[in-house]
Design a protein around this ligand. Structure first.
Ligand SMILES: [Fe+2]
Length: 288
């Protein structure tokens, strides 16, 4: 069965979000929705999420799930806002516990911050099946970029998060806590076992070489032409390339704000005295 898929581009972070629906039963899932956030002022707002809401309401869809492919490091999730307006349950890979553990330490969140994933409505493991109307989303854990990375196979479409990008965009970095290039290699090879005509939907595209932004390719096209990992590239070659590239990458602009919010399933940190909420910025003191 072929789901109906509507992509939404969050331009400030080059994030693709999706509404996946069963046209017959008018049921839908939202994948990787982004919250607008201005790092300079600390303001967050919902213009991008409101576009998704308008689409869902126009199409009279019932949202059953809000699915995260992983705890993103480049945008804040709008999942709880969408849930408050449209309903649905928020799900993520069960590897989120490892991500929470790692970043509880980074942000010194203390034992008051639970690292068992309870902030989410559902944690998903290997080969689970969730229903979206008459559609079935099957989970394929694809760790490597993060410990919690999960791909969703829905009919003839697979939503791969940051596991692979468009063929000319390559693959995601593996240098965050819990990242592992060897694991990413295995995860991608696993995706490549899907039928070559399977449609692949990516979470980001940066339009390399100035080409127009795209969100969709196929497993066959990735296997033939992914610049980091096409058929014939060995694990050792891939790991060497990925490690070399990661060593030259800057910390993502929104890493600390995004992760602090996303490991809470998109809730902002609790208010301090006076009712205001704050984000932490861990410092590295390199003074002589
Ligand atoms: Fe990511």
């Amino acid at each position: 069965m072929s789901p109906e898929i509507r992509p939404f581009l969050h331009q400030p972070t080059s994030t693709w979000s999706y509404v996946v629906s069963d046209p017959g039963l008018r049921a839908a899932a939202i994948i990787d929705p982004a919250l607008d956030f201005d790092i300079h002022s600390g303001r967050c707002w919902t213009a991008a999420a409101d576009e998704i809401i308008a689409h869902v309401q126009r199409e009279r869809l019932a949202v059953e799930w809000i699915l995260e492919t992983h705890a993103h490091a480049d945008h804040l999730t709008a999942a709880p806002y969408l849930k408050s307006v449209l309903g649905g349950r928020i799900a993520i890979g069960e590897g989120i516990r490892k991500v929470q553990q790692a970043f509880r330490e980074v942000f010194n969140l203390g034992t008051g911050f639970p690292v068992d994933g309870r902030q989410f409505d559902r944690l998903l493991g290997e080969g689970e099946e969730i229903r979206i109307g008459s559609l079935v989303a099957r989970t394929i854990p694809t760790p490597g970029h993060t410990s919690d990375s999960l791909s969703y196979l829905i009919g003839d479409a697979v939503f791969v998060g940051d596991t692979i990008f468009m063929p000319d965009g390559g693959t995601a970095r593996c240098d965050f806590p819990g990242g592992d290039a060897t694991l990413l290699y295995a995860s991608i090879r696993r995706l490549y076992e899907l039928p070559p005509e399977t449609r692949v939907f990516v979470c980001h595209d940066y339009g390399p070489g100035g080409r127009e932004l795209r969100c969709e390719t196929t497993i066959g096209a990735e296997r033939a032409g992914n610049i980091h990992l096409r058929d014939g590239v060995t694990e050792a070659e891939f790991v060497a390339l990925r490690t070399r590239r990661d060593a030259g990458l800057d910390v993502p602009r929104l890493l600390y704000p995004a992760v602090q919010v996303n490991i809470r399933a998109g809730e902002l940190p609790p208010p301090e005295d006076g009712g205001r909420r704050y984000l932490k910025l861990p410092l590295t003191d390199s003074r002589a």
